[in-house]
Design a protein around this ligand. Structure first.
Ligand SMILES: Nc1ncnc2c1ncn2[C@@H]1O[C@H](COP(=O)(O)OP(=O)(O)OP(=O)(O)O)[C@@H](O)[C@H]1O
Ligand SMILES: [Mg+2]
Length: 427
């Protein structure tokens, strides 16, 4: 790509400032190719894309009109670069699917006076304690939750709330450090786990751990369009969890006609939660537990879902989530009506125990209903199971489609013998 201007302070730019009649979206941060390429591929069909990231683009390159090398966790650097870029290449919207960078993306949107400027709301989504406080003030159905700064405070909180409780870090992701404690005997180890979990990129608050009432019941995530504060649920993903007392996500099922989409209690809690958090125009990934007393909120993430949920949702409904997020980012209210009525499922495969991978092969003849069986690791890779790692134990994902969740489950059973993994157990 030709240099646009090599003398722009710390931010090295590369790309074309020439004419284009397609709207340009600014992408703040990116992610792994497996997880996000399908999004960029569909967005790039209709929009120009410009990436802000701290290093040169890799797999994203074919989908970009340009990029700026900028520290995307530094809101001021990102805002300055965006304002400068906007002068030469008009920016129509800001897109971000990287959980850690969503607050910076909201600040950039605010600086450019674009949709998605939900700065306070996004902050409350990132910081689970701030979120809980805003939701509690509005009376949204959720678990009791307390922020604690020591084991003793955790013990007091657990006693007051009543066991079982969930302990979790205040602002991480991927369920890292999230653990259930069924009684006082398991509280100390749960507290140690939650309090020691960290990401280099996230500063730790003193009261770093939340102790929460355990919400019992199946879990779903709902992908929502929030347009000028009005929430429309797009897809419901039924979540399979594993590795208790941890909460590893091992599969998701999306049915175009999931009855929860029209469930008044679900719609109510979704709308109330977005309103309480002050969210205006963005897509969200909201997690709920369906408890005996009704749907209660685990959390709202101010971005589209991960774990290939948008990918299976498209297979189930025909709605292209990448395009929905892109047109919303540019200010239009997208049409999210399904054009297909199917079910699709993604399942992640894990070994029995930690393993150094020697070989991984997948048969080529896919049985009916099996859309894809894709290796996620190469020989030499160490697979580690929760709590030693989260999502780091996955070695294959299987995508199945059918007319119902049962058909998808049957196709998954037929797909599993296609996968052959060998390795050396660790430890
Ligand atoms: N109070 C609770 N009651 C029951 N389960 C909970 C509770 N809090 C968290 N969980 C479980 O733990 C999982 C991870 O918690 P949470 O979403 O708060 O953390 P996270 O690190 O943001 O995870 P992820 O990025 O996977 O969504 C939830 O999806 C849910 O299954
Ligand atoms: Mg979550």
């Amino acid at each position: 790509m030709p240099r646009l201007d090599e003398s722009w302070g710390d931010a090295a730019e590369a790309g074309s400032s020439g004419q284009s009649n397609r709207p340009l979206l600014l992408l703040i941060g990116s992610g792994g190719q497996i997880w996000r390429e399908y999004i960029l591929k569909s967005v790039a069909d209709s929009y120009d894309l410009w990436l802000f990231a701290p290093k040169e683009p890799g797999w994203e390159s074919p989908y970009l009109r340009g990029n700026t090398i900028v520290e995307t966790l530094d809101a001021h650097a990102a805002m300055e670069s965006a304002v400068r870029l906007d002068k030469s290449v008009r920016i129509a919207g800001v897109l971000c699917y990287d959980e850690i960078r969503v607050p910076v993306a909201a600040m950039v949107a605010e600086a450019l006076k674009l949709p998605g400027a939900n700065v306070e709301g996004v902050r409350a989504c990132r910081d689970k304690h701030l979120g809980r406080e805003a939701l509690a003030a509005a009376g949204v159905a959720q678990p009791a939750s307390r922020a604690v700064a020591s084991l003793q405070e955790a013990q007091e909180a657990a006693r007051a709330i009543g066991y079982p409780v969930v302990l979790k870090p205040r602002a991480l992701a991927a369920s890292i450090g999230v653990v259930r404690a069924d009684g006082p005997d398991s509280l100390e180890s749960a507290y140690t786990e939650a309090s020691e979990a960290y990401f280099d990129e996230i500063p730790r608050d003193k009261a770093w751990v939340l102790v929460e009432e355990y919400l019992d019941g199946p879990e779903v995530s709902v992908e929502c369009v929030c347009h000028q504060g009005r929430v429309t649920p797009m897809f419901v993903a039924r979540k399979s969890l594993g590795f208790a007392p941890h909460f590893e996500e091992i599969g998701h099922t999306v049915s175009a006609d999931d009855p929860l989409l029209d469930d008044p209690a679900v719609r109510h809690v979704l709308q109330e939660a977005h309103t309480a958090l002050g969210l205006d125009t963005l897509v969200t990934h909201t997690e709920l537990r369906l408890t005996r007393t009704g749907p209660r909120l685990v959390e709202v993430n101010a971005r589209l879902g991960g774990d290939l949920i948008p990918y299976v949702a498209r297979l189930a409904t025909g709605v292209d989530y990448g395009m929905v997020a892109a047109s919303l980012a540019a200010g239009a209210e997208p049409d999210v009506t399904p054009v297909r009525s199917a079910t699709a499922h993604v399942q992640f495969l894990y070994p029995e125990h930690d393993l150094d991978v020697t070989s991984l092969t997948v048969g080529e003849e896919l049985p009916p209903g099996v859309h894809e069986v894709t290796p996620m690791v190469a020989p030499g890779r160490r697979l580690r199971l929760p709590p030693r790692d989260h999502v780091g134990g996955r070695y294959v994902y299987v995508v199945t489609t059918g007319d119902s969740p049962e058909e998808c489950a049957e196709a998954l059973r037929a797909a599993t013998p296609l996968v052959h993994l060998t390795g050396t157990p660790v430890g």
